[in-house]
Design a protein around this ligand. Structure first.
Ligand code: ASP
Length: 437
């Protein structure tokens, strides 16, 4: 059995629904269909989930909301009409409309995009609709209750067979709706694939697969045909966003492969994500990066012999609930690298705490970009850093930080924000010329 998930652009119009149907019809094993809310039809369109958030704000502030509601309802009614469906979502729309009040539960309202998509898709495919609030159960702390959710998934699958399930949400023990984070329909699909022990989890989107670099920076980057879970996590953590990063863990533990596919080009094989990849053609699997990190460079004489110094530094960041990304060290210096947004309101409080409590000097370096060069085939090979440094130095870029995890599948370099694009372009070109990527 195959679990399939279709993203927002695959749900954007009747024409897209038809493509989904022909994909499902082409393989009888595609028995579980998870859907997102309708996405953009064109680049200037607005995603239904974003409209629902705006609708919620209007309700909260008592601003007229009828136009937004009509846009949301209209999108689904249009799809229903264009598909010529006889079953009707008007009753569902009436129920939602009757709840449009100031104190409406936000999670309930936001989840209606996925709910309505699934209602239409189940009618169109002739599969049963099963509400994800009855399958994915959360604890009150917002984590998935594995045991209950797994039992529910198995129960519904064995009693219904082919089903359509809305992505993105589940429910708390009291039945209220709980959402995953944005883009979370990927996670719903991943859990269902895990609970039902799927042969594969197909994630259908609007790109040909995971790309070797950001297409906004590198012209025509290649599609990665095979990538390990670890590599994908490294790339998604650093900004490559083809799949929600939280959808990897549930599948990795059971070694269920993920196949990223393009709804608009179903004949393309896409990207396979799995535990072990045997394709050794390329040294580098992909390059990703993010801008706007901040480095707290901490200096103190004899730091190297002061036991507990680093722990005390880290405790200060912990007190402010700041996630530490990297920790490069010297003999009497250590840098704490964090995302700029996480310290926007407390940067100087942290500096003064470190200086006053630990007697150290702190220099803050802002506008740092981190670039991750990822590849399982880099491990144990010499000459990788040599090429990275050579290609950056050839275009006059100064490297401000270097990090490599113990498994050697990733090399991270820090450069000025202003050099971010240029650095990725130089690295990509060099790797491509050497047939490394
Ligand atoms: N509709 C939700 C979002 O836009 C979830 C999803 O599409 O995966 O974030």
């Amino acid at each position: 059995m195959i679990v399939t998930k279709f993203g927002g652009t695959s749900m954007a119009s009747a024409e897209q629904f038809k493509k989904v149907k022909s994909i499902i019809d082409a393989n009888n094993e595609r028995q579980i269909v998870v859907v997102s809310a309708a996405g953009k039809k064109s680049s200037d369109d607005i995603k239904i989930t974003d409209l629902l958030y705006t609708l919620h704000t209007h309700l909260q502030y008592g601003v007229p909301y009828t136009d937004i509601w009509n846009m949301i309802a209209g999108r689904y009614l249009e799809i229903q009409r264009d598909l010529g469906l006889s079953s009707n979502i008007s009753a569902d729309l009436d129920i939602i409309k009757s709840k449009l009040k100031k104190d409406i539960d936000q999670n309930y309202l936001i989840s209606r995009g996925e709910y309505l998509s699934a209602k239409l898709m189940s009618a169109y495919l002739g599969f049963d609709f099963v509400d994800s609030k009855d399958i994915i159960r959360f604890t009150y702390s917002g984590t998935v209750d594995f045991e209950r959710s797994e039992q529910n998934a198995k129960k519904f699958f064995s009693s219904h067979g082919k089903i359509v399930v809305p992505g993105f949400y589940g429910s708390y023990p009291n039945g209220e709706i709980c959402l995953f984070s944005r883009g979370g329909s990927d996670i719903t699909g991943a859990y269902l694939a895990r609970f039902l022990n799927a042969k594969i989890y197909e994630n259908w989107t609007d790109v040909p697969g995971t790309l070797t670099a950001d297409p906004r920076i590198v012209e025509n980057p290649k599609t990665i045909s095979q990538i390990t879970y670890t590599e994908l996590r490294e790339l998604s953590y650093m900004g490559a966003n083809v799949l929600h990063e939280d959808s990897i863990f549930p599948l990795q533990e059971k070694n269920i492969s993920i196949n990223i596919r393009n709804t608009n080009e179903p004949s393309c094989p896409g990207t396979i994500i799995k535990r072990d990849c045997n394709d050794e053609r390329y040294v580098i699997t992909g390059i990703a990066g993010k801008k706007d990190f901040v480095s707290f460079d901490i200096l103190k004489d004899h730091m190297s012999t002061e036991i507990g110094f680093t722990r005390r530094v880290l405790e200060i960041f912990e007190d402010y609930k700041i996630n530490v990304e990297h920790l490069p060290t010297g003999i009497d210096s250590v840098s704490v690298i964090v995302s700029g947004s996480s310290v926007s309101g407390c940067m100087y409080d942290i500096v003064s705490k470190i200086e006053n409590e630990l007697g150290a000097k702190v220099n803050v370096k802002k506008e740092l970009a981190l670039i991750a060069i990822v590849g399982r085939n880099m491990a144990g090979k010499s000459g990788i850093c040599a090429r990275i440094f050579a290609s950056l130095s050839a275009v006059g870029i100064n490297i401000k930080m270097i990090a490599q995890p113990p498994d050697e599948t990733n090399i991270i370099v820090g450069v000025d924000n202003s050099n971010y694009k240029k650095a990725i372009q130089a690295l990509y070109k060099d790797f491509e010329d050497a047939n490394w990527i």
